[in-house]
Design a protein around this ligand. Structure first.
Ligand code: AMP
Ligand code: FE
Ligand code: FE
Ligand code: ZN
Length: 285
């Protein structure tokens, strides 16, 4: 069994449609793949319609959250959510708020870039973000197409870096509230790439323990942005806190170099995750 529990389609900031992504999963020899677009379930129906037989699809999402330390600015936390009820009203409303927040924040970044002579065609950018979830990868693409930078990677290394003066933080959900919403909707909350230091500041083990008390059920251990030491640390922590340990590629199509299936989840851990999810079921034969 090869199981990849974290992928993005063009409904958020990946480059393949849900149908293309499932075909890629099949080609890569996966048996189970989770679709986890940022802050939306917009790809679920297309994934269900296009699912090739023999491939199990886990409906999911990656929720934009924040941890609030006592004496530091908030830290970005990505919360994977699986098998929740997409119609749970409070959770659906919070997802909609996050998408609105993304749009406003992208407009602010684009305006500041344009004011300094780095033009971005906003209408064209929105056309490329056809899935409705706007993120820095869409701004990066627009900067490349406008000839401002040579590549998406260069855009993230310069103008769009989290330490760039153009960076604008989003008003993401307090992760404790995020965990509560996912659980209230019958879902399984898993802390994504918790030690990915190249993305910015990361939370400490004390914060992860607080999240576990709040209802967190898993930690993403094997992830392309974690080195061996970080994986060993998270695996031990998952054991100590009795959390499900997952592994996944965080596939984004050609927006990132990582192939689908680059990291995978142990079948026994996957079974725990499926047993904990009551809001919806995996799509399978
Ligand atoms: P945002 O949520 O709008 O702040 O953008 C974060 C997203 O940017 C992540 O989900 C990744 O898809 C993408 N990303 C972050 N760093 C890079 C990078 N160095 N190269 C390409 N994409 C990146
Ligand atoms: Fe992304
Ligand atoms: Fe993420
Ligand atoms: Zn992701």
């Amino acid at each position: 069994m090869r199981i990849d529990l974290h992928t993005h389609s063009s409904v958020s900031d990946g480059t393949e449609s849900p149908a293309e992504l499932l075909a890629s999963a099949r080609e890569a020899g996966l048996d189970v793949v989770a679709l986890t677009d940022h802050d939306t379930t917009g790809g679920w129906a297309a994934a269900e319609a296009a699912r090739p037989s023999g491939l199990t699809v886990v409906p999911g999402m990656e929720m934009s959250c924040r941890w609030f330390p006592d004496d530091e600015p908030p830290i970005s936390v990505h919360l994977l959510a699986y098998l929740f009820d997409p119609l749970h009203p409070a959770f659906a409303a919070e997802r909609a708020r996050l998408r609105d927040e993304r749009l406003e924040r992208a407009e602010r970044i684009v305006r500041a870039l344009a004011a300094d002579g780095h033009p971005v065609d906003w209408d064209e950018l929105v056309t490329h973000a056809a899935g409705g979830v706007v993120g820095r990868p869409h701004i990066a693409g627009a900067l490349v197409r406008g000839g401002v930078v040579g590549s998406v990677e260069e855009a993230f290394g310069t103008l769009l870096h989290h330490r760039s003066s153009y960076y604008v933080a989003k008003a993401d959900t307090d992760v404790r509230q995020g965990i509560e919403l996912v659980r209230a909707a019958g879902g399984v909350p898993v802390f994504a790439h918790g030690r990915a230091t190249k993305r910015g500041r990361v939370v400490g083990d004390d914060a992860i323990a607080v999240m576990a008390d709040a209802g967190l059920l898993g930690l993403e251990v094997d992830h392309p942005d974690h080195d061996d030491g970080e994986r060993a640390h998270l695996r031990r922590l998952a054991g100590e806190l009795d959390l499900i340990a997952t592994g996944s590629s965080d596939y984004h199509g050609t927006n990132k170099a990582t192939p689908i299936g680059a990291c995978t989840t142990d079948p026994a851990q996957y079974e725990r995750l499926v047993a904990a999810g009551t809001g919806t079921s995996p799509l399978r034969d």
